[in-house]
Design a protein around this ligand. Structure first.
Ligand SMILES: *[C@@H]1O[C@H](CO)[C@@H](O)[C@H](O)[C@H]1NC(C)=O
Ligand SMILES: *[C@@H]1O[C@H](CO)[C@@H](O)[C@H](O)[C@H]1NC(C)=O
Ligand SMILES: *[C@@H]1O[C@H](CO)[C@@H](O)[C@H](O)[C@H]1NC(C)=O
Length: 440
């Protein structure tokens, strides 16, 4: 009898500890496509399970929408659906072992790139009641079928064009490729789309009421909130607003200017608004409750090739020449998982490296405001020069501490597949997640 009671109490304690409505949120994003990578870059559902005791939410990405029917759809049916490998079911089944964990599906995220203009179908869908209804109904039945707990809306609104850093000479801009060509006006029907987006979120809320599905709103980098978001009319309909305040400066958008990619505060004379503090201020000033704001922490770094005229100090902003070469696991130019960044930093493994193996010089961030960077100036042949802005366990911890000090709703890890899930850097698995959670 006593034993039974003790057992019940224990069970209650476990369930309580897993109650994600208590305390700050930790949204752990997982890009399911990472399970399709080759070799050491492959990250399976089983690999991310170790992280779950630190997460309140597992957010599985990314679903897309069908431009004809406006319905939500898996971007990889052979991987996600029961008719294929059933990865949707695998992630939602994790709730059996982690009873407090909420598992959400994310739509958009600028990963739904099947059309030339990835934002167009996201705007067209908004424009008719029929389109919105088709979307809402399809989301409801997908969530219900696969036992998800809600939807993370990472809506693909058009992204603002890159702006040059203040105080830099025009000379730099010769030969700048026009990656973001087209209309000088971002979206001529922006006012309508803002209204219609509110309607969509409200319709989702109504449809979700009975099942208590959660709704999260992810603000993707370079989606202008002033243009597309009505904070006052959205705040009550969503469970959280996730500020994905990273990729502020990237080698794709800013091939000629290397700079901090995910600063908490604005470094002197940079593009206004491209930092966490500015985003948080925007939403708080607009009337969003601080408890709903979730700050995104990237687990990847961004890298640029250095050129002959980059100078030798490494101090950003710095002249660059496009993305640096891809890493061995993730294979994307100018983008590295934390394990890939770590392998480039000074450590016993590469102490005697040459050329591309030679370790970078690491510059930490004692100010706790902008993040770390590392660089290697080009060799005598003008090769192997690289400049890297990245998150590490220390700077991730600084962001969590910022969230705690401001009384915000929590953090996100974006994403688990780019944290060091094998523990190849120091032996600890998911070191960025752990460090952030520790300071939250
Ligand atoms: C979680 O905590 C909230 C508030 O503390 C409470 O209302 C809710 O019932 C709890 N949920 C579970 C499943 O224990
Ligand atoms: C949630 O529950 C599981 C076991 O059911 C446990 O291993 C885990 O540590 C718990 N999470 C937290 C945050 O306490
Ligand atoms: C966002 O839009 C507002 C209003 O049109 C504009 O003043 C501001 O410069 C824009 N911000 C960015 C980063 O483009």
């Amino acid at each position: 009898m006593l034993l039974k009671l003790a057992g019940l109490l224990l069970l209650a304690a476990v369930v309580y500890a897993n109650n994600s409505t208590d305390g700050p949120k930790v949204l752990c994003y997982y890009d399911g496509a990472a399970s399709l990578r080759e070799g050491l870059g492959k990250v399976t559902v089983a690999d991310v399970e170790v992280a779950l005791p630190f997460c309140t939410h597992l957010v599985y990405g990314f679903a897309g929408i069908n431009p004809e029917t406006h319905k939500i759809r898996s971007l990889n049916e052979a991987l996600d659906l029961d008719s294929g490998k059933g990865q949707y079911r695998q992630v939602t089944s994790l709730k059996k072992r982690y009873p407090g964990l909420k598992v959400l599906l994310s739509v958009g995220g600028y990963q739904d790139l099947t059309e030339e203009k990835p934002f167009e179908k996201y705007l067209t869908l908004l424009e008719s009641g029929q389109g919105r209804t088709a979307f809402v109904n399809s989301v409801y039945s997908l969530l219900k079928t696969y036992e998800f707990d809600g939807l993370d809306i990472a809506w693909q609104f058009p992204q603002s064009k890159p702006k040059r850093i203040r105080g830099w000479t025009g000379k730099l801009w010769h030969g700048f490729k026009k990656l973001f060509t087209g209309d000088s006006i971002l979206d001529p029907k922006a006012d309508e789309h803002r209204e219609e987006f509110i309607a969509l979120v409200r319709d989702l809320k109504t449809a979700f009421m009975h099942e208590k599905f959660q709704i999260g709103l992810t603000m993707l980098p370079h989606v202008n909130e002033t243009v597309f978001m009505d904070v006052l009319l959205l705040k009550d309909s969503v469970d959280y607003v996730h500020l994905a305040s990273f990729n502020q400066q990237t080698p794709e958008r800013n091939p000629k200017e290397g700079d901090f990619t995910a600063p908490i505060y604005e470094p002197t004379d940079r593009v206004v608004g491209n930092n966490i503090e500015a985003e948080v201020k925007y939403w708080l000033t607009g009337g969003a409750p601080s408890s709903k704001l979730v700050v995104g922490i990237p687990t990847f770094g961004r890298g640029w090739k250095l050129a002959d005229d980059s100078g030798i100090t490494g101090v950003p902003p710095i002249r660059t020449d496009g993305p640096s070469p891809p890493g061995p696991y993730t294979g994307i130019p100018g983008r590295y998982s934390w394990a890939e960044v770590c392998a480039k930093l000074p450590n016993p493994g590469n102490a005697n490296g040459k050329g591309a193996e030679y370790p970078l010089r690491k510059i930490g961030d004692p100010t706790k405001r902008f993040g770390s960077y590392a660089f290697r100036i080009p060799d005598e042949n003008g090769e192997h020069g690289i400049w890297l802005s990245y998150e590490d366990p220390d700077t991730a911890g600084n962001k969590a501490a910022y969230v705690k000090a401001k009384g915000l709703g929590g953090i996100s890890l974006f994403d688990l597949s780019n944290d060091d899930f094998r523990g190849s850097c120091t032996g600890d698995k998911f070191p960025i997640l752990r460090a952030a959670k520790y300071r939250l």
